[in-house]
Design a protein around this ligand. Structure first.
Ligand SMILES: Nc1ncnc2c1ncn2[C@@H]1O[C@H](COP(=O)(O)OP(=O)(O)OP(=O)(O)O)[C@@H](O)[C@H]1O
Length: 221
């Protein structure tokens, strides 16, 4: 479904040989959910952005044979002076006709469950409210592969449970690539794991093995 081939990535602020990701190769088969693990700064969010197509590799290529979401958990894309409803309308209008737009607005309003705030400017939202809106918007579209960057770690307890349940509901219908510091969530939702260390990616068919490799690397350092 997704193939990552010989991918290298560095940011402008980095030196020429200072790769965040170097020679990354893996393939995600259809129906396999993947947990991304690694220390802070290992490059997990960077890799998700590359898979989403929001950023570009310096070398190599990513082949997408399916509809891939943007990383769920990103809340930076909203226009602050517009209301939640208007923001959702804008995105939905790009992707479909009036009927589709209304259905998306309805789904996001129900999932975000932020009451009157849905009709207030997004710049007045708390970070939890932004996350609810962003999560609801991502789920309102039918993707084949959902990318999640700590999306189940935001909001209050009730929302975290709702977000996790939403992913649980996707299992079997769509693929997931998840960054989460909650091993419980990774073990529950994922079969395979990808461990990032020193710019390299190590694929494990079992999420348990990926987490074990991550623990081992922490012990050794
Ligand atoms: N826009 C950017 N410009 C410059 N450097 C960046 C940028 N984004 C990320 N980096 C750097 O790239 C490296 C990987 O960052 P990334 O956010 O992908 O790691 P991560 O594994 O997701 O970390 P965390 O677990 O802390 O969220 C870090 O050294 C970070 O400082």
């Amino acid at each position: 479904m997704i193939e990552v081939r010989n991918v290298y990535k560095r940011y402008r602020t980095h030196r020429a040989d200072d790769w965040v990701l170097r020679d990354i190769n893996f393939a995600i088969p259809r129906g396999v959910n993947v947990g991304l693990v690694g220390r802070n700064g290992a490059g997990k969010s960077t890799l998700l952005r590359l898979i989403a197509g929001m950023d570009f590799a310096d070398k190599g290529e990513i082949v997408r044979r399916c509809r891939v979401s943007w990383p769920i958990g990103l809340t930076g894309g909203f226009q602050g002076s517009m209301t939640g409803r208007q923001n959702v309308k804008c995105v939905a209008r790009i992707h479909g006709n009036d009927r589709f737009m209304k259905a998306v607005i309805h789904r996001v309003e129900a999932f975000a469950d932020i009451g009157k705030a849905f009709d207030q400017p997004v710049k007045t939202y708390s970070s939890g409210m932004r996350s609810r809106l962003a999560f609801g918007l991502s789920l309102a579209f039918d993707f084949d592969l959902y990318l999640s960057d700590e999306a189940t770690a935001v909001g209050d307890k009730a929302f975290r449970a709702k977000a996790t349940a939403a992913f649980r509901d996707k299992v079997g219908k769509a693929g997931l690539v998840i960054v989460s510091h909650s091993e419980g969530i990774l073990k529950e939702l994922c079969q395979a794991g990808l461990f990032l260390r020193d710019g390299h990616a190590y694929w494990f068919d079992s999420i348990d093995d990926a987490i074990a490799a991550y623990h081992e690397s922490i012990k050794r350092s």
